[in-house]
Design a protein around this ligand. Structure first.
Ligand SMILES: [Zn+2]
Ligand SMILES: [Zn+2]
Length: 328
């Protein structure tokens, strides 16, 4: 095992090798969280390279062009994966707002892993930390503390934010299959990219009328769709703490926004969520569109998930509101 402190004393070859292995095994030589606390926040370009590749990959469209099928696939993949981020990584793994079986829990983690936002345990640990320190100095992505750009994109490239603190997600870390997906968090994204390329090649050969290709499906289905998904999700870390209305006093800057809720399938009701984070639903009124909740409700009818936690009645107590609000 190589700690960061030790890694700093390694030769450049061993150090580069360690960082390279960490691309594939994120826990390899993972520095202790405590060690990292004293280090300054800064971009780690070696490990952030995969993130750069994701964005640069979008330029592949110059060579591959577009087709209705490829663009439609990108949009479809954006929505089903945004649902995975919000419904599973956020409302299940981070907040446990509903219950499911161990087998289906693995499927949810696998589905979430296609989003290229690391593993469910890292996501849950990071997000729980956000709620614990929201807009305080320790918050990893607070526009108030670190500026808009750092809260949107910078924080995820910082060495301090790479490791998972398994002690903060003990309820999830007891499942070895979830730890495996979290540790080897590039496996599923790489497999997704390869599958999209192979699908495109097959469609090129057997369904030429769709006018698509392997490269085109890779660029639209993986690079463009995933990059858009990243920025859509990141809007909640950045914009939802800057832009919108505040219904509740929460001690942080969280806000509610209809537009952000459309982009993120319901996560834009962020002030509601910061006040009442244990309920499955984030849009508390009928006009607060929360597509993730509707889809989770449908899933509950199939028996795959159950015990969706209701909105607490206190949420509708207008005396708790910052301004006058109508009854539901
Ligand atoms: Zn927040
Ligand atoms: Zn949350």
């Amino acid at each position: 095992m190589t700690d960061t402190a030790t890694a700093a004393h390694l030769g450049p070859f061993r150090r580069a090798l360690t960082y390279l292995v960490q691309w594939f095994d994120t826990d390899y030589g993972a520095p202790r969280i405590e060690t990292l606390k004293s280090q300054p926040d800064k971009v780690d370009w070696v490990r952030a390279m995969s993130f750069v590749i994701l964005h640069v990959g979008c330029l592949g469209v110059i060579w591959t062009g577009w087709s209705w099928f490829a663009v439609g696939s990108a949009v479809f993949l954006y929505f089903i994966r945004m649902f995975a981020v919000t419904g599973f990584y956020h409302r299940y793994f981070s907040h446990r707002t509903f219950s499911t079986s161990r087998a289906w829990q693995f499927v949810l983690a696998l589905w979430g892993a296609t989003c290229v936002q690391k593993g469910a345990l890292w996501w849950a640990y990071t997000h729980r930390h956000h709620h614990q320190h929201s807009d305080e100095e320790d918050d990893k992505h607070s526009p108030r503390q670190h500026g808009f750009m750092w809260s949107h994109i910078g924080w995820i490239t910082s060495r301090k934010n790479f490791p998972t603190d398994y002690s903060r997600v003990k309820d999830l870390a007891k499942f070895p299959e979830l730890v495996f997906l979290n540790r080897f968090d590039t496996l599923v994204p790489i497999a997704s990219a390869v599958l999209l390329f192979v699908l495109g090649r097959m469609l090129e050969a057997y369904a030429p009328g769709l006018h698509t290709s392997g490269g085109q499906m890779l660029v639209w289905g993986f690079f463009i769709s995933t990059t858009a998904l990243f920025h859509g999700t990141s809007c909640i870390n950045s914009m939802a703490h800057v832009w919108g209305q505040r219904r509740y006093e929460t001690g942080d800057d969280s806000r509610n926004s209809f537009i952000l809720s459309l982009i993120t399938l319901g996560e834009g009701w962020h002030n509601n969520h910061h006040k009442h984070m244990t309920c499955t639903r984030q849009g508390f009124y009928w006009w607060e569109v929360d597509i993730t909740y509707y889809l989770l409700k449908v899933m509950s009818w199939t028996g795959l998930i159950w015990d969706l936690r209701p909105v607490p009645s206190a949420a509708y107590d207008t005396k708790m509101h910052l301004g006058p609000q109508p009854k539901p």
